[in-house]
Design a binder for this molecule. Sequence first.
Ligand code: NAD
Length: 267
Amino acid sequence: MKIGIVGCAGRMGQMLVREVLVTDGCELSGGTERPGHRALGRDLVIASGLDASGLIVQEDTSALFQASDVVIDFTVATITPYHVALAVKFGTNLILGTTGHDESQLSSIKVAAERATIVKAMNFSVGINTLFALTQQLAETLDDGFDIEIVEMHHKHKVDAPSGTAIGLGEVAAKGRGVSLADVARRNRDGIIGERNRGDIGFAVLRGGDVVGEHKVIFAGTSERIELGHIASSRQIFSAGAVRAALWSSHKSPGLYNMLDVLGFGK
Ligand code: NAD
């Protein structure tokens, strides 16, 4: 499968280049960068660790889509409408990891997915998506006699809290219980706050050091407790998941898919 990488000099772009080069069944068809980027004209493998790819960073995104079976896009949301249009024009599958889309950009993705195969995920980690599926399944199975608490830890530079992934875990837990997270979330506990309400979903946040990302979902019952957890030690989990999604997308009909579909949880 011929895989192209847009934004190939970015943090995720370079991880994706490496992932494609070391994955069986994948052939790197090229990579592009935005006009004026200093990587233009250089080999696709910029940092050390792998031999040169023999391919040069290009500016022509249209040619990349034409030359690829799949294009992987971890860039910026503003360029997504152009990329989905190219996916339709050339029948190229698109793996979309870029985040932060507004309503009009999301709408362009939905429209394009009527004629192109697109896999879009806020988080391409196989482990995190498995944790999402298991959390929903447990929340469906256990009644609110089991108190749900979500604990996350990230590095000291992270500015938002709880993490988007922690909130996502709360959302699937609430979905499993058939309630809205907004009605049951308890985020800031401090001082004399009274007893825990039955059915609440609590969040606790830790920050420190260089922790890439840790999430734990606790179902605390009477005399027993179930804990599901995920520890990320590298952003490589996102590139591995995206390349897995690229391989999965081969021969899939046009449509908008997510990582749960790729893992078989979306049925
Ligand atoms: P980054 O800034 O390091 O890389 C983005 C790259 O895209 C840059 O090299 C930039 O020059 C390039 N780019 C911008 N416009 C372009 C254009 N028109 N054509 C070609 N290249 C262009 O950012 P990053 O940390 O790699 O993250 C990129 C995106 O991926 C962000 O939206 C981030 O939130 C998202 N992300 C998603 C996941 C996931 O699992 N879905 C994981 C990590 C990051």
